[in-house]
Design a protein around this ligand. Structure first.
Ligand SMILES: CCCCCCCCCC(=O)SCCNC(=O)CCNC(=O)[C@H](O)C(C)(C)COP(=O)(O)OP(=O)(O)OC[C@H]1O[C@@H](n2cnc3c(N)ncnc32)[C@H](O)[C@@H]1OP(=O)(O)O
Length: 134
């Protein structure tokens, strides 16, 4: 694998990116999960997580599902449905898992779960597998 986490400045996961989200991941069977608590810097409407950042979080957990399995792939499409607002200041979970794989095309699904288990956001993303030389 030519891309190492230790060299990365990935906005989602790098511990050394000063403005990054510094996400950590739990690989739980076929699910990749991360937890996040938004602060004021992450809001769109007052008190509510910005939808673009929720999309970033979802993209990241799905990409990490692949990375954990040594699959180098890039997002080519992502569709997000925002059903419920995600409050600032309350921890929520972000999950991703594979839905299908056909040739180089891998489809993953993601969701944001509030602390009471409510699904607030759902995503489907397409990734294309690339050679291990990003
Ligand atoms: C430290 C590590 C941390 C990692 C975390 C990263 C998290 C972030 C994840 C991201 O956000 S990635 C950044 C955003 N994405 C990009 O910048 C990708 C931009 N796109 C590309 O660079 C190229 O599209 C890509 C290299 C991915 C693919 O180009 P290729 O020329 O190699 O492939 P091509 O376009 O020929 O497509 C390959 C196959 O996929 C199919 N395909 C492409 N796009 C598709 C699509 N949207 N839907 C369905 N199929 C699609 C395409 O038809 C074709 O099918 P066939 O093999 O049957 O011919």
């Amino acid at each position: 694998m030519s891309v190492e986490l230790r060299d990365s400045m990935c906005f989602g996961c790098s511990p050394q990116n000063p403005i990054g989200l510094k996400l950590k991941f739990i690989h739980d069977g076929d699910i990749c999960r991360s937890y996040f608590t938004g602060s004021r810097e992450h809001e769109g409407w007052p008190g509510i997580m910005h939808g673009g950042l929720l999309t970033t979080l979802l993209d990241e957990v799905m990409a990490q599902w692949l990375y954990e399995r040594d699959i180098m792939a890039m997002t080519v499409e992502i569709n997000v449905k925002f059903s419920k607002p995600v409050p600032i200041g309350q921890q929520f979970a972000v999950e991703g898992k594979q839905e299908s794989k056909k040739g180089r095309l891998i489809v993953l699904e993601g969701q944001v779960l509030l602390s009471d288990g409510t699904v607030a956001t759902k995503a489907t993303a397409k990734f294309i597998q690339v050679k291990n030389s990003i």
